[in-house]
Structures are given as C-alpha cells and as structure tokens.
Design a protein around this ligand. Structure first.
Ligand SMILES: CC(C)(COP(=O)(O)OP(=O)(O)OC[C@H]1O[C@@H](n2cnc3c(N)ncnc32)[C@H](O)[C@@H]1OP(=O)(O)O)[C@@H](O)C(=O)NCCC(=O)NCCS
Length: 179
C-alpha cells in the first residue's frame, strides 16, 4: 500500500512534513519529556538533533519508504504528527498529538483517516501499530479508532525516556472487516 500525499478529516488536514516544521517538532515533541516518554528516541538536546531527524524523514519519504504528515486544523494550527511505514504485507502506523491538543479526539480522528483510506485499498489491507505496555493513552486511542490488540510483544522495543533496556510492547492490528 502506498499512502496518499494527504489525508482529510472533518476537522483536520494531514499534509506532508516539511523542513519548516523542524522548530515545531523540536518545541512540541522531541524536547518535551512527557511527549517523548514512550517514544523510541532519546530526548533531543538541541534543535540540530531535530533538524537531522527531519532530514532523515524527508529522504526516506523521497525514497518512498516512510511517510510523515503534519495534522493541522482548518485554521492551520498544528495538532500532531502521523507516520506511516509501508511494507509488502502491512502498513505500520505511529502517532503523536501535541500536548495541548490531547483528549479532544484528534488522535482517533487521525487514525480513522488512515483506516478509512485503507479500507478502500484493493487486496487484503492490514495496518499495524505498537506501543510501550505502559502507554495507556496510545493503547486507548488505537482501540478507540478500531484496532484490535494482538497481545504483548516481549522485549520488542525501547523507550529510553521511560527506562533502560528492551521493553515489552503491546501489538495492535486492523484488517478490513468482512462484509
Ligand atoms: C496517544 C495519543 C496520540 C492520543 O491522542 P489523543 O488525541 O489525546 O487521543 P483522543 O483524544 O483521540 O482519545 C482517543 C481515546 O483514547 C482515550 N485516551 C486518550 N488519552 C488517554 C489517557 N491518557 N488515558 C486513558 N485514555 C486516554 C480517550 O478517552 C479516547 O477514548 P474513547 O474514544 O473511548 O473516549 C497522545 O496521548 C500522544 O501523542 N501521546 C504522546 C506520544 C505517544 O506516546 N504516541 C504513541 C506512540 S506509540
């Protein structure tokens, strides 16, 4: 499955990440300990770290490997970041909502936009996601949008801001419902 250039929801437009989003990502995501707690990267010490990450993201998008979207309200207020990694058998989804916009249904809306698109794709579309077992917000948002929990994946990931070493993840999966 090749993700489309943009997604649209009743409240949001998800447009491709651009270099100009670097400061936003640093201020709202990569330098924020609470947002980064269960993400697989260490906190960024400077804007330069985030600049390098964005450059990596843009080149992997160019190569068609990974797709990054900034979700904005209709007034162009950024509310979050969506990541999609396609592979032959599935699409892996990741999600961040900026702290001041949480608990407003934006996370669910962003996930639903991807599942709605995937449900119209040919073949047997499958979308997967995972999160640290302690990441209750992520598990709740994934379930709320229509993912089924597939169980614990022992020592399958890292959350360096939550604790050292490998950590258990919860796996989630979505497939088109049978009609
Ligand atoms: C996980 C995250 C994306 C959720 O986004 P959000 O916009 O706040 O979620 P929503 O408002 O759409 O809520 C969706 C559901 O999750 C529930 N939920 C959200 N945050 C929750 C929390 N902290 N604890 C328990 N439930 C929570 C909501 O009640 C809602 O449930 P409902 O549909 O049954 O009413 C957001 O908390 C976040 O960005 N966290 C930091 C980054 C992160 O950990 N991302 C996931 C990496 S795998």
């Amino acid at each position: 499955m090749t993700p489309p250039p943009e997604f649209s929801t009743p409240r949001l437009r998800l447009r491709p990440l651009e270099e100009r989003d670097t400061q936003l990502l640093y201020d709202s995501v990569t330098s924020d300990p609470l947002t980064m707690r269960y993400l697989p990267w260490a906190l960024h010490a400077s804007l330069e770290n985030t600049r390098s990450l964005v450059a990596l993201y843009l080149s992997s998008r160019q190569a068609g490997e990974k797709f990054f979207y900034i979700a904005e309200t209709r007034d162009a207020e950024p509310v979050g970041l969506l990541t999609l990694y396609p592979s032959p058998s599935k699409l892996t989804l990741g999600l961040i909502v900026i702290a001041r916009h949480r608990r407003s249904g934006y996370g669910r809306e962003m996930i639903r936009s991807v599942l709605d698109w995937a449900s119209r794709e040919p073949g047997e579309p499958r979308v997967v996601a995972d999160c640290d077992v302690e990441n209750l917000a992520s598990a709740a948002a994934l379930r709320s949008a229509g993912f089924a929990c597939t169980g614990v994946l022992p020592a399958a990931g890292r959350s360096p801001n939550a604790g050292p070493g490998k950590r258990d993840l919860l796996g989630f999966s979505w497939s088109r419902p049978a009609t």
